[in-house]
Design a protein around this ligand. Structure first.
Ligand code: IPM
Ligand code: MG
Length: 369
């Protein structure tokens, strides 16, 4: 079997220590499951700015295109607060997403039984929660033109961003959501602000006939983004797949993450369109959490979002569905064993480090072998 080529991008803050533990995890799969990985490592974010003068270099982009999957942890930190916007750590991540055309960002929010009490919401509201946010990732206000700052002729300063979506952009992300819903509970909630925004009304006008023509078997519902934010804390289990634009997806996925107990639990996959010949998609796997500079370098960070992200990479890019399940089950067992990093710590549980949580997952993997 050809080696599976993975480019590892640890990034900033807690990124490097989580990546160090993720290597142990991948090492387990190569030893115990006889998988052959060809791992290489690159810089992204502030680390790349410091080391290579740009938050992602052309060389790293080229490597990202060439491998089977890219796994990133996190970018950003106060150290780069005064760096010009185009060179900020976040710009590296945005460039990766945009240049690889990774338009579909899958953010599953699942509440593990063992963590039901770690959520800030009551257990009966979140128990069994399993929703999937499909966030459009290469359009909208994140990239829309014109943008910038200017001074009007009367001397007034202003800044602007542009929210813009084309029909093809909306159609392709909607199709991803409908296809995924078919493998789940057959329901899609499309989220925008059609009551206020022209682009929101257009989004709705594009999704509705598409659903009717191509996915009549899937239930489609529309919600305004503010209502969706409210419904997510009121009754999150009403949702199956939520499809939304780049900015609303950013906001709603942080909110959904907290339902699961911690931002430290949420994985994500950013996928491009399948290649016409090979069917392969370019991909970037990234946990939803940030670089957590406040705890960086202390071996305190929760590595589980990244481990669950590895499971998504196994499933969506490496054709290792069984190993994805194996890994997800091991995360579940590690939590059931009582191991908790600080972000999900609860009375009566065992506080562990990043390394300790990894040990617990590796132990569970061994036990299930
Ligand atoms: C995310 C992050 C990024 C975003 C930042 C780091 C640019 O918040 O992946 O959700 O806004 O998309
Ligand atoms: Mg975000």
């Amino acid at each position: 079997m050809a080696a599976l080529r993975i480019l590892l991008l640890p990034g900033d803050g807690i990124g490097p220590e989580i990546m160090r533990e993720t290597r142990r995890l991948l090492d387990w799969f190569s030893r115990k499951r006889k998988l052959s990985f060809e791992l290489s490592e690159g810089l992204v974010g502030g680390a790349a700015y410091d080391g290579e003068g740009a938050p992602v270099s052309d060389a790293t982009l080229a490597r990202a295109r060439a491998v089977d999957a890219v796994l990133m942890v996190s970018v950003g930190g106060t150290k780069w607060d005064n760096v010009p916007r185009a060179l900020r750590p976040e710009a590296g991540l945005l460039r990766l997403r945009k240049e690889l055309d990774l338009f579909a960002n899958l953010r599953p929010a699942i509440v593990f039984d063992a963590l039901v009490d770690a959520s800030t919401l009551r257990p009966e509201i979140v128990r069994g929660l399993d929703i999937l946010i499909v966030r459009e990732l290469t359009g909208g206000v994140y990239f829309g033109q014109p943008r910038g700052r200017e001074t009007l002729s009367d001397g007034t300063e202003r800044a602007l961003d542009t929210q813009v979506y084309t029909r093809p952009e909306i159609e392709r992300i909607a199709r991803v959501a409908f296809e995924l819903a078919r493998k789940r509970r057959n329901k899609v909630t499309s989220v925008e602000k059609a009551n206020v925004m022209e682009s929101g009304a257009f989004w709705r006008a594009v999704v509705t006939p598409l659903a009717k023509a191509e996915y009549p078997d899937v239930t489609l519902e529309h919600l305004y983004a503010d209502n969706c934010a409210m419904q997510l804390v009121r009754n999150p289990r009403q949702f199956d797949v939520i499809v939304t634009d780049n900015l609303f997806g950013d906001l709603l996925s942080d909110e959904a993450a907290m339902l699961t107990g911690s931002l430290g639990m949420l994985p994500s996959a950013s996928l491009g369109a399948p290649d016409a010949k090979t069917g392969k998609r370019l991909s970037l796997y990234e946990p939803v959490h940030g670089s957590a500079p406040d705890i960086a370098g202390q071996n305190k960070a929760n590595p589980l979002a990244t481990f669950l992200t590895v499971a998504m990479m196994f499933r969506y890019s490496l054709d290792l569905g069984k190993d994805a399940e194996r890994l997800e089950a091991a995360v579940k067992s590690a939590l059931e064993s009582g191991a908790r990093t600080g972000d999900i710590m609860q009375p009566g549980k065992t506080l562990v480090s990043t390394t300790g949580m990894t040990d617990a997952v590796l132990k569970a993997l061994d036990q299930a072998l």
